[in-house]
Design a protein around this ligand. Structure first.
Ligand code: PLP
Ligand code: SF4
Length: 342
């Protein structure tokens, strides 16, 4: 960690000239507007509107530059475009597939695994991923308000077996720096907590979120900081994201990535290999490749287990061992995310 005074040499002028908050606020939520902007067929509109009435469309306008117009199958577009396919009822697909609601000892805090807890620090995300396993989760009820936060902090204080706190959501980086700072300060007071892990997709969608203020906040912390990004496809890594990642380098932050294996997005070995290569060249280590959680509305993204295993072993053949993410599935009641094996 470099001291606060040194960080003034890091120039963090947003690439687009707009603040991250302005970019975050400038979103597309109307399916008709999205179809028009990306020159997509009108035939998609009816399904898009129906799907969006169950889980809203949300995508920052600035993200559209990474998507090629006129291609309904663009792998980035598929991640946030509502489709009529979401309305299909599927056996085994449920609103709370991973048992989150049962794993909350206090509201807003999930304690499933030993030595770490997950705080639902915010209910908001920059974009709505159609496959999100929390798409039906009662976020606004579960996200931490100030009085619930006090209960969560007390729970963490009272369990000395805990070493790590994970901020998740929603997206924890949708919080203002002031709120994050106050949360981090409270966690720093707890002696047995050594690490702060942040699960976030926001810097991928809006790289301008990596500001000097945010980096200073991490640098000033006595906790080890781990950021787990969520990137599914190499096209998501553009020059703006590359610049933002470079700014984190002097701060000694550990950068990992988790992806979800998604049909029509990244279910082929060349895409996954290119993703790993690109991640590593930007200083990000591939961590997990998740099997889709069976959340209702997402069955059209499913990659069968047999196919997933074949893809993973092809990836192992092609890449250095440390470039291969672990292929895992979250199973209700298991003590860790279960690796898939042949
Ligand atoms: C995924 C998850 C974690 C983190 O698991 P790791 O295997 O350590 O990455 C922790 N808590 C909950 C509730 C989770 O869902
Ligand atoms: S960023 Fe994560 S929590 Fe938010 S919608 Fe996407 S998958 Fe869900």
């Amino acid at each position: 960690m470099i001291p606060r005074s040194d960080s003034s040499r890091i120039v963090c002028i947003p690439h687009t000239g707009k603040s991250w908050q302005a970019l975050y606020a400038d979103t597309i939520t109307d399916p008709a507007e999205l179809l028009q902007l990306l020159a997509l067929p009108d035939a998609l509109l009816d399904g898009a509107c129906k799907a969006a009435s169950q889980f809203g469309l949300r995508i920052p306008r600035s993200y559209l530059t990474r998507i090629s117009s006129g291609h309904p199958d663009d792998p980035l577009l598929r991640q946030f475009l509502p489709l009529g396919d979401e309305l299909q009822e599927s056996r085994d697909y449920r609103p709370d597939p991973v048992g989150d609601i049962d794993a909350m000892p206090v509201e807003g805090l999930l304690h499933k695994y030993k030595s770490r807890v997950l705080l639902i620090a915010s209910s908001a995300c920059a974009l709505h991923c159609r496959y999100c396993f929390r798409r039906h989760f009662p976020y606004s009820d579960a996200a931490l308000s100030q009085d619930k936060l006090a209960d969560a902090i007390n729970y963490i204080k009272n369990d000395i077996s805990l070493k790590e706190v994970i901020l998740s959501g929603g997206d924890p980086l949708s919080l203002s720096d002031e709120k994050l700072s106050s949360l981090i300060n409270q966690l720093e007071q707890i002696k047995h907590i050594k690490r702060l892990r942040i699960h976030t997709r926001l810097p991928v969608i809006i790289p301008e979120r990596i500001t000097a203020e945010l980096l200073n906040l991490f640098a000033a912390s006595n906790l080890d900081i781990v950021i787990v990004l969520h990137i599914n496809h190499p096209n998501e890594i553009d020059d703006t994201l590359k610049l933002a990642i470079e700014k984190t380098k002097p701060y000694g932050i550990t950068l990992l990535n988790q992806s979800v294996l998604l049909k029509g997005v990244n279910d082929d070995v060349n895409t996954l290999a290119a993703l790993s290569e690109k991640l590593f060249s930007h200083g990000i280590t591939p961590y997990y490749l998740h099997m889709l959680d069976k959340v209702s509305g997402a069955s059209h993204f499913e990659v069968e287990e047999k196919t997933a295993l074949a893809l993973h072993s092809a990836l192992c053949e092609q890449l250095s061992g440390y470039l291969v993410p672990k292929l895992v599935r979250e199973e209700k009641g298991k003590p860790y995310k279960s690796p898939l094996s042949l």
